[in-house]
Design a protein around this ligand. Structure first.
Ligand SMILES: [Zn+2]
Length: 143
């Protein structure tokens, strides 16, 4: 079996097309890799999460929401300064990484389709995680 040049090009074009469609489907079901590694500067008494703003942007959440979660879960005090989070006490990379995983699991990932195209919607006293991919709506904690 042999292709002449023209039909081979056509075949490659079809293949290309199929591949780009396949990769789009993968991202829409939420297999996108999230780059959510915390960058910490730790000194004797305090920890600074230097990429709070970037993490919040990647997760499509308010920096203040992610900051409240990190502080509340660990019972630490802290404050936001520009796009950094100043934390009183030491927080290790391991601890911060685990906390961010928990945050993603509770406040970002759709429990139905695992998609990450979600938003938090307020209705009266309640908060819901609404998924733009599959339409699921699930209650989440208010923090
Ligand atoms: Zn979903």
């Amino acid at each position: 079996m042999s292709f002449d040049l023209a039909s081979k090009d056509f075949y490659l074009m079809l293949l290309d097309n199929a591949l780009s469609k396949a990769s789009k489907q993968i991202s829409s079901v939420g297999d996108r890799v999230l780059e959510v590694r915390p960058h910490l500067v730790i000194d004797a008494k305090n920890t600074v999460l230097t990429n709070l703003g970037q993490l919040a942007k990647t997760l499509n959440r308010e920096p203040a929401h992610l900051a409240r979660f990190l502080l509340k879960e660990t019972g630490r005090a802290g404050s936001i300064s520009e796009d950094k989070l100043l934390i009183q006490g030491k927080m290790t990379h391991d601890e911060a990484g685990k906390l961010i995983d928990l945050y993603v699991k509770e406040f970002v990932k759709c429990p139905v389709c695992n998609g990450i195209d979600t938003r938090i919607v307020s209705e009266k006293r309640f908060r819901f995680l609404v998924c733009d991919a599959c339409g699921a709506k699930n209650p989440v904690r208010r923090i």
